[in-house]
Design a protein around this ligand. Structure first.
Ligand SMILES: [Zn+2]
Length: 396
């Protein structure tokens, strides 16, 4: 079955209905929802059951007539491996078809050198493959830093790590492991996990902003990821006279509101005031450390967080005026850690927008935590499961 075959497209639609759009539907309900015949749906459902993607539940008798048998995703057979690199660490997960994490692993990498980071990735993927339960989808989902070309799976550049050369990460992983690789930007992956598993069911058009050593965002229209390298929310210019960004421009969102901006503001205040950030001034500062202290109510840490909240708020107002999302989620290592950051951003955004814009837009905190990007990368792989399982020919 080719990916553009009508049969393949119908299979994909039926699976999407069962996984996301309908709650435990019968074959008749799927047929009605998709406007296809019951015979066609029965054949497709049988195929999906045979390969272990869907299972039948006991039918519940309701009213008169023969009850339909509810169809649900089969969470016992297929498993997906995802990996993502954040703050000097590769995180790895195995998830089932419902996004439940069944194995977790992480490996610190004490270097931003491309080769060392890729070597650790390969080592981690081999380990995860050795402990993947059930049947492994023959692919790896990889959440990479930097600008990822979604057609080639190469990384163009990663300004926060100083990578200026093209890294053909998909090609390298496939050559060294013999398994297909599906590469996505790590924050985009984190956003995907958030949209699917983070309880945002009431929103349709969403923007996810991942805030960490870099800032990257993703846009979901009707809950579908707009997966293009050509929009770069982290490089929206907030202040043309602001600090220089790794991309060469001045005052990009990433240069003004990422972990680097947070730490450099904290250091400059510490130089002026010997008591500033007293509880952590003798340690090597990290963004998460400042965020945690702000959560505990420390005034100095809260000043630092407020400093990066302002450019984030300006960026969100611009996005609200251009796209009018139902929801903006602030995630990544800093967003997931700091309710204070999200509260600060929310109040600054609401001050700037009109009342009717505010009424229609929720600003929420990321919920996926340290493994969110790895879960999202595995989810990105799951989105390709039909082509991986059926390949070129579909079992009858
Ligand atoms: Zn930039």
């Amino acid at each position: 079955m080719q990916n553009d075959d009508l049969e393949f497209i119908n299979c994909k639609d039926v699976l999407r209905c069962i996984e996301h759009e309908l709650d435990k539907p019968s074959r008749a309900q799927v047929a009605q929802h998709l406007g296809l015949s019951r015979t066609a749906i029965s054949m497709i459902a049988q195929r999906l059951i045979k390969v272990g993607l869907v299972k039948e539940l006991e039918s519940a008798k309701k009213g008169r007539g023969r009850p339909g048998t509810p169809l649900v995703p089969d969470d016992s057979t297929w498993h997906a491996i995802g990996a993502a690199y954040y703050s000097g660490t590769w995180s790895f997960v195995v998830i089932n078809l419902l996004g439940k994490v069944v194995v977790k692993h992480h490996m610190p990498v004490i270097s931003t050198d491309m080769d060392k980071i890729v070597t650790s990735l390969i080592e981690g993927l081999r380990y995860m493959r050795s402990c993947c339960p059930g049947t492994m989808l023959q692919g790896f989902g990889i959440g990479s830093p930097g600008l990822v070309d979604h057609r080639t799976g190469s990384v163009f550049r990663a300004d926060d790590l100083g990578w200026k050369e093209i890294l053909p990460i998909k090609e390298i992983v496939e050559q060294r492991t013999g398994v297909r690789a599906f590469v996505i930007n790590r924050y985009r992956a984190n956003g995907l996990a958030e949209i699917r598993f983070g309880n945002h069911n009431r929103s349709h058009n969403m923007i996810y902003l991942g805030v960490g050593t870099g800032i990257a965002g993703s846009i979901y229209l009707d809950r579908v990821l707009l997966n293009s390298t050509k929009y770069r929310l982290g490089h929206m210019v907030i202040d043309p006279n602001g600090p220089v960004c790794g991309c060469g421009q001045h005052g990009c969102l990433q240069a003004m509101a990422s972990e680097g901006a947070l730490i450099s503001f904290a250091r400059s205040r510490m130089e002026q005031d010997p008591t500033f950030l007293g509880p952590i001034r003798r340690t090597t500062l990290s963004g998460k450390m400042i965020a945690k202290l702000a959560e505990e109510g420390d005034d100095n840490a809260r000043q630092c967080i407020a400093h990066i909240a302002q450019p984030l708020a300006i960026a969100i107002c611009t996005l609200a005026n251009a796209i009018a999302p139902d929801e903006v989620i602030i995630g990544g290592p800093l967003g997931d850690t700091s309710s204070y950051l999200v509260d600060c951003v929310r109040s600054r955004v609401y001050e700037r927008l009109l009342d009717w814009q505010v009424a229609d837009m929720v600003i929420s905190k990321g919920t996926q935590g340290d493994y969110g990007a790895a879960i999202g990368s595995a989810t990105f792989l799951l989105d390709h499961k039909l082509e991986l399982i059926f390949g070129e020919s579909c079992p009858d």
